[in-house]
Design a protein around this ligand. Structure first.
Ligand SMILES: [Zn+2]
Length: 292
C-alpha cells in the first residue's frame, strides 16, 4: 500500500516537472474520419503526451455507422462510441465522436464549422489530421475539412459563440504511404517503443474493427486468433509498421543516432503549410518527448 502511494506521488512529481518545462499543459487535438483512425495513426504519441501531463483529444468526424459487414446504423454507431469510451479510459485521452454518417462524408460548410468549434474549444496548440490524398473519401475530406478550418479558427465572426484562437495552432498530417501528387514527408518522428503496449491496448478496444470488420473487408478473417490472449501479438504484426528509412532518418535528427537505432516503433508527422510554421525549437517545446 505504502509503495503504491509513494509511486503515485513520484508520478505526480514527474508529471508536474514535465508540464513545468512549459507553463501549462499542451493541448493536442487529433482528428480522424472514423472512431479508430487517431488510435491507428498516433495512439503511441498520444500515450506519451498523456504520460507527461499534457492533454489529448481524439475526434472522429463520422460516427462509424458503416464500418461492419453485418451490423449498421444507430446500433453500430452506439457500439463504436462505447469502444471509443474504452480507448479514452485505456489511453487517458478524451474522445469525441461527431454524429455524421460513415462513408458519406463531404467537405461541407456545416462540418467545417463543427471542426472549428472542436479545435477552439480544446484551445489547441497542435492539430493533427490526414492528408487529403488518402484512398478513403472520408479520410480525404477530413483532411480538407481540417485544412479549411486552419485559418478560420482565428476569425471571430465565424462560429461567433466560441472564442477564436488568438494563436494559430501548428497543423500536422498523420503518416501515410500515398505517393501522388506528393509523398508524405516525415518532418517529426516520435519513438513510441516505450508505449507500444498502450497503443495496442487502444487498438484492442475497437473489437468491432480489428477482429471483425477489417479482417472481413480485407479477406483475412482466418488470420484473427480465436484466443484473445493472442490478440495483442496479432495487432502488432498486422497493424503496426516498423519505421521506414525516411522515418529512421527523422528519428536520428530528433533523438540522436544511438536512441534512433534502438527505436522499434515510431509515428511520424508532416508539417502542414497552413497554421503556425514551427521552428525547430517550437517543435521541441510542442513534442517534449523528443528531448532537448
Ligand atoms: Zn478510417
Amino acid at each position: 500500500m505504502k509503495k503504491g502511494i509513494l509511486l503515485t506521488v513520484l508520478m505526480a512529481c514527474v508529471i508536474a516537472w514535465n508540464v513545468g518545462a512549459q507553463d501549462r499543459p499542451l493541448q493536442i487535438i487529433m482528428i480522424g474520419a472514423h472512431p479508430d483512425d487517431c488510435d491507428i495513426k498516433s495512439g503511441g504519441t498520444a500515450a506519451l503526451f498523456v504520460a507527461m501531463g499534457h492533454h489529448v483529444k481524439f475526434v472522429s468526424v463520422t460516427n462509424g455507422d458503416a464500418g461492419h459487414q453485418s451490423e449498421g446504423g444507430g446500433m453500430l454507431a452506439k457500439r463504436r462510441i462505447a469502444e471509443t469510451k474504452e480507448v479514452a479510459r485505456r489511453l487517458g485521452v478524451s474522445y469525441d465522436v461527431l454524429d455524421n454518417h460513415d462513408g458519406e462524408l463531404l467537405p461541407s460548410l456545416e462540418i467545417r464549422l463543427q471542426i472549428i468549434r472542436k479545435i477552439r474549444e480544446w484551445k489547441a496548440d497542435v492539430v493533427i489530421a490526414p492528408r487529403s490524398n488518402d484512398y478513403h473519401p472520408d479520410h480525404r475530406y477530413t483532411g480538407v475539412l481540417v485544412q479549411d478550418a486552419a485559418f478560420m479558427v482565428g476569425v471571430p465572426n465565424v462560429v461567433p459563440d466560441v472564442e477564436p484562437l488568438r494563436k494559430n495552432p501548428v497543423f500536422l498530417y498523420f503518416q501515410d504511404n500515398f505517393k501522388k501528387p506528393n509523398p508524405f514527408q516525415a518532418d517529426i518522428a516520435v519513438d513510441i517503443t516505450p508505449v507500444i503496449e498502450k497503443k495496442l491496448a487502444g487498438l484492442d478496444a475497437h473489437q468491432s474493427q480489428f477482429y471483425e470488420w477489417l479482417p472481413w473487408i480485407g479477406n483475412y478473417e482466418n488470420e484473427v486468433p480465436k484466443d484473445p490472449a493472442k490478440h495483442k501479438e496479432y495487432l502488432l504484426a498486422k497493424r503496426v509498421q516498423t519505421p521506414n528509412p525516411e522515418v529512421r532518418k527523422t528519428l536520428e535528427k530528433w533523438y540522436g543516432k544511438s536512441r534512433a537505432d534502438q527505436a522499434k516503433f515510431a509515428e511520424a508527422f508532416e508539417i502542414c503549410e497552413y497554421g503556425t510554421q514551427p521552428t525547430e525549437q517550437d517543435i521541441r517545446r510542442l513534442f517534449p518527448m523528443l528531448g532537448k
